[in-house]
Design a protein around this ligand. Structure first.
Ligand code: SF4
Length: 178
């Protein structure tokens, strides 16, 4: 029997590599790279290239959404000074999840998911609630998870070190790099 098709939104190779392997046991996983939050563009390219190199070497499809940081800045306008884990981050999750859900629905995936909750700095409850909301609107299933649990984050970082992935030291936007 063939595995269900899952579109996994990935933010970077260190967060996505381990999760990809875990989820690939039960799903046929494709990667969706949509991260216009990342600043500057050189950093975006570094993260994208590292992720693309790894996932394609594993035989996964890698879909990249067009990078547009100006549009992202417009969308979070007024929330620039919010702390990490605040309203700006909630909006940032919504933007990326919405596009992932739309792409997954229009390309007939069975599920969509995101790597975002693997980070200890990300609120899984918020991410999962938004995923479920979008799943209902787009008529597609969302694979909810708090991937950091059961040592998920630690395992991901060990996996990342073993693969010698490029690993950044800030979340992505200029406000998180401050
Ligand atoms: S800190 Fe990270 S999650 Fe929050 S808005 Fe910036 S890039 Fe997005």
């Amino acid at each position: 029997m063939s595995k269900p098709r899952l579109l996994l939104h990935d933010c970077c190779a260190p967060c996505g590599g381990f999760l990809f392997h875990e989820l690939s046991k039960d799903y046929e996983v494709s990667i969706y790279y949509d991260n216009s939050n990342i600043h500057p563009v050189e950093e975006y390219k570094k993260r994208r290239d590292e992720a693309k190199k790894y996932f394609t070497s594993q035989g996964a499809d890698f879909f990249e959404f067009q990078y547009d940081h100006k549009e992202w800045l417009e969308a979070i306008k007024g929330l620039e000074n919010e702390p990490e884990k605040g309203k700006r981050c909630a909006m940032c999750f919504c933007i990326r999840l919405e596009k992932t859900a739309s792409f997954a629905a229009s390309h007939k995936f069975d599920y969509f998911a995101t790597t975002l909750s693997i980070s200890p700095h990300k609120d899984a409850k918020l991410i999962n609630a938004e995923g479920e909301r979008l799943a209902e609107i787009k008529d597609i299933k969302f694979l909810a998870g708090d991937w950091k649990k059961r040592n998920g984050f630690l395992k991901a970082m060990k996996f990342s070190a073993a693969q010698n992935f490029y690993r950044q030291n800030y979340c992505g936007c200029e406000f998180s790099a401050r």
